[in-house]
Design a protein around this ligand. Structure first.
Ligand SMILES: *Cc1c(COP(=O)(O)O)cnc(C)c1O
Length: 513
């Protein structure tokens, strides 16, 4: 199976795409063709465990090159680190309107990024082996909060790898920051960067693209790779849970084979929802993919007008992992709706970089309308949606999922305008554990403000009787290891990484007893 760049010029294998991360011309790797999952295969997934389902879907892209047994083995290993019997429980919310929440946050760092980042280290090591790359791999990641921690945990002390994570100083939640800044392991580095996530992501992308910087690293026998969703190895494991939730609806007799369902996805970088669109291309019966944005509603406007325009203010919200104006993975979708026109995709990306906007044609817009619904939720909409579901059904969700739920309600309203009745089941993807954002969740559910995250956890526990994850509770007693804030300056950031590549690590402070 081969992969090509959205900006043309390259054709590589899956293992090469995973090792490289980003194509040489700045494009993203996409599968040359979408492999298909037949109805019989979908049916056969009913008898599989989640790791088996994940290995099966991954195998469609990578089994030829990496081996089906290998994929099976690594999915077993990765998802055994999840809490509970089922790594991805599908929870029915209502009394019969067909609303479900797919909980993707039971991994080691309590966010959906674990779905892929527990698997990626294995994929990457194997891909290096297969392609004969002997260099050390340095994972460089910009994070809006959750990718960073999941990458650090996933790659911690994995021989032959190092992880450097940059997060926006003004942009992540307290628990997210704490999770990253206490990270242990001998191959990790964490820094805050001045500015917001877009600034941070832009700087990291420029480092990836810098020939000089890559050559400096190459002299040290180190090669860059990415844990962001621009890497196909990060995207691929995310396709699996769309299939799995469909199969769960089948086996619990909520739907019949072939029935179409909707998915609502709280969106930032457009990686999660793109995986859903990939699942649809592979044959999963999906009606609409609902793209939910918070106040940073560039995507909602894009789905409405066909213009992607980032000339606007950036807002900090309660859902920081979605505070993004430039959604990297949209490039993959643009490539597809343009009829796989690499030249046009490259032009649009250049326009985005230079003029801060681009637009699509009416024909392309019609394709989007068919497949997607874009909506956004204000902070108040989000709080109300979270409160209502808690009041009505006793279900507590995090702020990102709250955005999705608020947009789901708007979407249903639109559906009912067109048809009197709409019984299409709707799966809302839940991307984080509510305890990851305890103060905001407590406020939404009870109107109570508390000053401290751990007090928030305690109060939320009393209110919901839901068990807080140990990994979050323990943060309270862990000393901070990473305290530095760097300027958003390529020179300073690259120096820092070069020193880290040389083996300089921040010592782990002793835990006070
Ligand atoms: C990353 C993240 C998102 C957004 O996912 P994308 O793939 O970037 O669109 C939503 N919610 C949470 C909690 C996240 O960590």
């Amino acid at each position: 199976m081969y992969f090509i760049s959205t900006r043309g010029g390259e054709r590589v294998t899956g293992a090469q795409a995973i090792v490289q991360g980003l194509a040489k011309n700045g494009g993203l790797y996409v599968p040359e063709t979408f492999p298909k999952v037949s109805i019989e295969e979908l049916q056969s997934m009913a008898d599989m465990s989640y790791p088996e389902r994940a290995a099966f879907v991954l195998g469609k892209y990578l089994a030829e090159e990496l081996g089906a047994d290998f994929l099976q083995e690594i999915c077993e290993k990765a998802y055994s680190s999840f809490e509970g019997d089922d790594p991805v429980p599908l929870v029915k919310i209502d009394g019969g309107e067909g609303l479900y929440v797919l909980e993707l946050f039971h991994g080691p760092t309590c966010a959906f990024k674990d779905m892929a980042l527990t698997v990626l280290p294995y994929l990457l090591k194997k891909s290096c082996e297969v392609t004969g790359v002997n260099d050390d791999i340095l994972i460089l990641a910009a994070t809006s909060g959750d990718t960073g921690k999941a990458a650090l945990e996933g790659f911690r002390d994995v021989p032959g790898t190092k992880v450097a994570v940059f997060f926006p100083d003004e942009g992540v939640a307290k628990m997210q920051r704490l999770q990253m800044c206490v990270q242990d392991g001998n191959n990790v580095h964490v820094s805050a960067v001045k500015g917001n996530f877009d600034d941070c992501q832009r700087a990291v992308k420029r480092l990836f693209a810098s020939k000089e910087f890559n050559e400096e690293l190459a002299k040290k026998g180190v090669r860059l790779s990415s844990a962001n969703s621009i890497n196909f190895g990060r995207l691929a494991p995310q396709i699996a849970y769309y299939f799995s939730s469909y199969v769960d609806l089948l086996t619990s007799r909520q739907i019949e084979m072939g029935d179409k369902i909707d998915f609502v996805v709280p969106t930032g970088n457009f990686g999660d929802i793109l995986a859903g669109w990939y699942a649809k291309q592979m044959g999963l019966p999906v009606r609409k993919l609902v793209c939910a944005s918070n106040r940073n509603k560039v995507l909602a406007d894009f789905f409405k007008d066909g213009v992607y325009d980032v000339k606007r203010n950036f807002h900090r919200t309660m859902s920081p992992s979605m505070d993004i104006l430039i959604s990297s993975n949209l490039e993959r979708l643009l490539f597809e709706i343009s009829g796989r026109n690499a030249e046009l995709t490259a032009e649009r990306m250049a326009s985005l970089a230079e003029k801060k906007e681009y637009s699509i044609t009416a024909k392309e817009k019609a394709v989007l309308d068919e497949e997607f619904f874009g909506g956004f939720a204000s902070e108040d909409d989000t709080i109300e949606a979270m409160y209502e579901v808690f009041e009505e059904y006793g279900y507590a969700m995090d702020t990102h999922t709250g955005v999705a739920l608020a947009v789901q309600a708007k979407y249903k309203e639109e559906c009912l305008k067109e048809n009197e009745k709409d019984n299409t089941p709707c799966v809302v993807l839940s991307t984080a554990n509510p305890y990851k954002f305890p103060q905001d969740v407590l406020y939404a559910l009870s109107g109570n403000d508390v000053k401290d995250s751990f007090k928030g956890i305690k109060r939320l526990n009393l209110l919901t009787a839901m068990k807080p994850p140990k990994s979050l509770l323990n943060l309270r007693y862990r000393p901070l290891r990473f305290k530095s804030v760097v300027e958003n300056d390529l020179g300073k950031m690259s120096q820092l990484i070069l020193r880290f590549a040389d083996g300089e690590v921040v010592p782990v402070p002793k835990t006070e007893e």
